[in-house]
Design a protein around this ligand. Structure first.
Ligand code: CIZ
Length: 301
């Protein structure tokens, strides 16, 4: 074990801290994490764990979600400018305008959104539960923000619903074009191609499977196939290669690297614990309303 890793472990014990890391984090971060997963899993963990300090290795909206669910704990985001361009595509005003244009339609917001947008929404979802969340609503017309590609994917699975979409997208997943799938099929004809529904619809259509990072991991772990082309952020390969070393995993496109997720290094985690930074705070009134949307999601699934 490296000296830095040992120092992180020591600080963790001294501060009664736990490290939550998203599937998209660097290998060196995943290696010291107590819990690794997607934001649905990590939000459930944050709501239930017993510790004084949560170090959230991910991006800002994830740390804010943890703080909303665990207001009495200190929640640290090791890199304060680790944001999410997708979350930044929509403001509270935009959500209010959509509600005005579609009166009575409930708002489902993807967890990749600010606390203010969550507070303005009826229920939250992640890519792991978006279909279940939308289908749990009695209304036919549903406003779904901010990821247009995920919304399109959900709409195709639920033809009885009418989804009003927002034009947001994940710039990392949007780099993948259908040509990438065609090239990989030619190079690895035996491989299964698994993509994230944040990819554009033409990419999803050509893949063998589309799902959240946890669904992609589950599919690859349980499949009889031995070669997989992974169409989501490269961090997922860390888990897959550790859990199924006998199988082969290739990244669908070299651009599948989220620069924000890659800001957090092992050193950032050490610095966060040593200096108690960067502490996440969410305005109390906003947190209460956002918590309602997040808790409703946790009740549905
Ligand atoms: O839900 C999440 O954590 C994200 C951003 C992707 C996924 O599918 O896990």
């Amino acid at each position: 074990m490296s000296e830095l890793k040992r120092a992180v472990e020591k600080l963790k014990r001294e501060r009664n801290a736990l490290i939550l890391a998203h599937n998209y984090q660097l290998d060196e971060v995943q290696e010291v994490a107590d819990y690794i997963g997607d934001s649905f899993y990590l939000s459930k963990v944050a709501a239930n764990i017993d510790c004084d300090v949560i170090v959230f290795s991910g991006v800002r909206f994830m740390a804010e979600t943890a703080k909303i669910l665990s207001p009495d704990k200190t929640v640290l985001l090791p890199e304060i400018d680790a944001g999410c361009p997708l979350a930044d595509t929509i403001t509270v005003e935009d959500v209010r305008n959509l509600k005005h244009l579609h009166p009575g339609a409930p708002v489902v917001c993807y967890i990749n959104s600010s606390s203010e947008v969550k507070a303005e929404s009826d229920i939250c979802c992640t890519s792991a539960n978006a279909i279940k969340v939308v289908s749990s609503l009695p209304d036919r017309k549903v406003i779904f923000v901010p990821d247009e590609n995920l919304g399109d994917y959900v709409a195709k699975q639920l033809p009885d619903k009418e989804l009003v979409l927002w034009k947001g997208c994940c710039v990392t997943h949007a780099k993948v074009k259908p040509s990438a799938i065609l090239e990989m099929r030619e190079r690895y004809p035996e491989a299964k191609i698994l993509v994230h529904p944040e990819c554009e619809p033409a990419v999803v259509e050509l893949a063998d499977f589309a799902g959240s990072t946890s669904a992609i991991i589950q599919y690859a772990e349980n499949s009889d196939a031995n070669v997989f082309i992974i169409g989501t952020e490269v961090g997922v390969l860390c888990w897959l290669r550790n859990s199924r070393p006998e199988k082969q995993f290739f990244l669908l496109h070299p651009g599948l690297v989220c620069p924000n997720m890659k800001k957090t290094r092992l050193q950032s985690i050490y610095d966060a614990l040593a200096n108690n930074h960067y502490q996440i705070q969410v305005d109390e009134a906003i947190a209460a309303k956002a918590k309602h949307a997040i808790s409703r999601m946790l009740e549905v699934v």
